[in-house]
Design a protein around this ligand. Structure first.
Ligand SMILES: Cc1cc2nc3c(=O)[nH]c(=O)nc-3n(C[C@H](O)[C@H](O)[C@H](O)COP(=O)(O)O)c2cc1C
Length: 178
C-alpha cells in the first residue's frame, strides 16, 4: 500500500514527528511504500473560496499543493495526518491541506482513502483531544475516508516528555498493524 505521511510541525525533531518516524518504521517493516511530505515547509496557500474549481477542477493557486501534493494525495492508498495540537485544534498548516481538498472533493471522496491520525499535546487531560477527534471523525464521514486508527499523545509537550509516555511505541504498533 502507498502511504502518504503529512507532517505539519515546525519542529523537525519534535514530538509529532517522533510518532511519525515510529509509524513509518512499523509500516515499512510490513512492506508498505512511504512518501513523506512536510506541509509546514511547503508553499501551501489557504483556499480562497473563489469556487473557480467548481469542486472538481484545477485550483487557481499554482503552489506546492497544486503542483505536487494533490497528485501525491491522489496516488496514496492511505493518508497519515501528523500534527501537534494548537489551541485544542488542528494546526493551520494541516487544516489548510484539508480545505484545499475543495478543488477535488468529488474525486477524492470516491477514492475511499484509508486514514490515520498521529497527534501530540502538552496537556494530559480527558478533553485535550476532543475537538481534534471530533473534526477527524467528521472529515472521515464527509470525505468517505476509512479511519484506520489514531494515536493521541497526551502529555507529549517536548521530545523528552514524549519518549517516556509510550506513544512512540503505540505509533510503531499502529504502523505494524496496517
Ligand atoms: C501555537 C501553539 C498552540 C498550542 N496549543 C496547545 C493546546 O491547546 N493544548 C496543548 O495541550 N498543547 C498545546 N501546544 C503544545 C504543543 O501541542 C506541544 O508542545 C507539542 O508537543 C508540539 O509538537 P511538535 O514538537 O511536534 O511541534 C501548543 C503549542 C503551540 C506552539
Amino acid at each position: 500500500m502507498k502511504i502518504l505521511v503529512l507532517k505539519s510541525s515546525g519542529n523537525k525533531q519534535g514530538s509529532s514527528n517522533m510518532l511519525a518516524d515510529a509509524f513509518i518504521q512499523g509500516a515499512k517493516e510490513n512492506g508498505h511504500e512511504i512518501t513523506e511530505f512536510d506541509v509546514f515547509r511547503a508553499d501551501i496557500r489557504p483556499c480562497r473560496g473563489c469556487s473557480a474549481c467548481g469542486m472538481s477542477g484545477p485550483c487557481v493557486q499554482k503552489d506546492d499543493y497544486e503542483r505536487k501534493l494533490k497528485g501525491l494525495i491522489k496516488e496514496a492508498d492511505m493518508l497519515c495526518f501528523v500534527m501537534p495540537v494548537y489551541y485544542y485544534n488542528w494546526p493551520a498548516q494541516l487544516k489548510t491541506v484539508i480545505d484545499r481538498f475543495y478543488s477535488f472533493t468529488t474525486e477524492l471522496t470516491a477514492m475511499h482513502k484509508k486514514v490515520v491520525l498521529l497527534t501530540v499535546a502538552w496537556d494530559n487531560t480527558d478533553t485535550v483531544f476532543s475537538v481534534v477527534e471530533a473534526f477527524y471523525h467528521r472529515i472521515c464521514e464527509y470525505m468517505q475516508f476509512e479511519d484506520c486508527g489514531m494515536v493521541l499523545g497526551g502529555g507529549c509537550g517536548t521530545p523528552s516528555m514524549t519518549k517516556s509516555r509510550g506513544f512512540v511505541e503505540k505509533a510503531y504498533a499502529l504502523g505494524k498493524a496496517i
